[in-house]
Design a protein around this ligand. Structure first.
Ligand code: 7TS
Length: 412
């Protein structure tokens, strides 16, 4: 890797702290949220300290500066993801709000009784529950693309759904937050494009870890969260195409999203403001811009290369541990830096607890993917997830801790 890992780690003071009586923190829960570099934290505090003002309203200097900085993030996000039209980028609270916005503002006017919405068995709850709510209200049906034994989508099933002709939306995550599977998005997109089915991509786990080109994907909706890519919490992005935006009603009503308001009716502001009601999350949009700049400086291809190296090293070592079951694809090219695993009958919380005693943060639970847990026939898994600031030495420490789990529970 060309980028110096040591230099990157220096940008994250939290990575030098200790926990549990002096153990160096080893943070391996990056699929839940990532740590923030100084550049992001400083950029946010610079806004509050030096040019705090509301956006899009006043003409004084401070307000102009805040508006300009806020709007410049739209341009940087557009460039980062190769999106042609900046006004198609809507700032939302995160992936969850992005999907809910689509299910509400697009779904309610466009879905009717008998329609079918297709999602996948490895979705996060945020790409299942909003569609369940919509289907229940409209009398539509939610169908699932199943996974094979390596946790990859069985796309021939999608062909069968599409052949039935009433599919009105296909939605999927670009990378599973549990299995790490990278979805073959181009294959899904080409199936859907042929018959003009709208598509939504949940890119919460993909945008932080690899180069993503939204124009080449050609999806109708695309959403992700800032906090999983070194940015602040409470901010994310929803991108939508013009053909979808034309068919959408407002999501929230209030200030900034209107052109004119009269006693009985109102007209709507231009895009994207029509979908950004109220005072936006100005500081965190600006913080997201700083995260994009930081990631671009490291280079998305370098991040992906580092995570592939780390994940393949971790997988090879983990496979030697007695009693372990590892989920997801075996080919490193088909997976990101997320490894879910179980130890025979040991509860994942016990695993996470033993690992935590060594200062290592991993997650245990259903990971907001209970449909997937049912398919795997488990209640929960343990999960380690990496980012560009993690090291081989940290993986070694994880392996030592997992070997301790095997010893404690006398696994062969
Ligand atoms: N989609 C995927 C694929 C996710 O992994 C997550 C969060 C979300 C959507 C929701 O994102 P939010 O920012 O709106 O909350 N995933 C996880 C996780 O794996 N552990 O904690 C949160």
């Amino acid at each position: 890797m060309q980028v110096s890992l040591l230099n990157i780690r220096k940008d994250f003071p939290i990575l030098s702290r200790t926990v549990r009586g002096g153990k160096p923190l080893i943070y391996l829960d990056n699929a839940a949220t990532t740590q923030k570099p100084n550049h992001v934290v400083d950029t946010i505090s610079d806004y509050y300290r030096n040019y705090n003002a509301n956006t899009h309203r006043a003409i004084y200097a401070l307000a102009e500066e805040a508006t300009e900085k806020y709007e410049s993030v739209r341009d940087r996000v557009a460039k980062f993801l190769n999106i042609q039209e900046r006004s198609h980028i809507i700032f939302v609270r995160g992936t969850t709000e992005g999907i809910n916005l689509v299910a509400y503002a697009w779904g309610r006017p466009n879905i009717t009784k008998g329609d079918v919405i297709v999602t996948t068995e490895y979705e996060h709850h945020s790409n299942i529950v909003p569609w369940q709510l919509l289907c229940k209200e409209k009398g539509a049906t939610l169908k699932y693309i199943p996974i094979d034994e390596q946790g990859r989508l069985m796309l021939d099933i999608l062909d069968g759904y599409i052949a039935e002709e009433n599919v009105k939306m296909v939605t999927f995550s670009l990378m599973s937050n549990v299995l790490g599977t990278i979805t073959n998005a181009h294959a899904i997109m080409s199936k859907c494009r042929k018959v003009q089915i709208p598509t939504l991509i949940d890119a919460a786990q993909a945008v932080p870890h690899m180069r993503v080109d939204v124009s080449s994907l050609g999806c109708d909706f695309f959403t992700f969260s800032g906090h999983k890519m070194m940015g602040p919490t409470g901010i994310g992005v929803l991108y939508a195409t013009q053909r979808m935006l034309d068919k959408m009603s407002p999501f929230h009503g209030g200030g900034d999203m209107i052109r004119e308001v009269h006693k009985q009716e109102s007209t709507w502001n231009d895009l994207p403001h029509k979908f950004e009601a109220g005072t936006p999350n100005i500081a965190d949009v600006i913080g997201l811009g700083a995260a994009v700049d930081y990631l671009e400086r490291i280079g998305m291809d370098n991040i992906r290369a580092h995570e592939m190296e780390l994940t393949s090293y971790a997988l090879n070592r983990m496979r030697q541990i007695p009693g372990i079951t590892i989920y997801g694809p075996t080919d490193i090219k088909e997976r990101g830096g997320v490894i879910s695993f179980n130890f025979a009958d040991v509860h994942p919380h016990d695993v996470a607890h033993i690992v935590d005693e060594e200062g290592i943060a991993i997650r245990s639970g259903h990971h907001c993917a209970q449909v997937l847990m049912e398919e795997l026939d488990v209640a929960a898994t343990s999960r380690a997830s990496f980012y560009v600031y993690n090291t081989k030495e940290e993986v070694d420490a994880l392996i030592d801790a997992l070997q301790k789990v095997a010893r404690v529970f006398k696994l062969e």
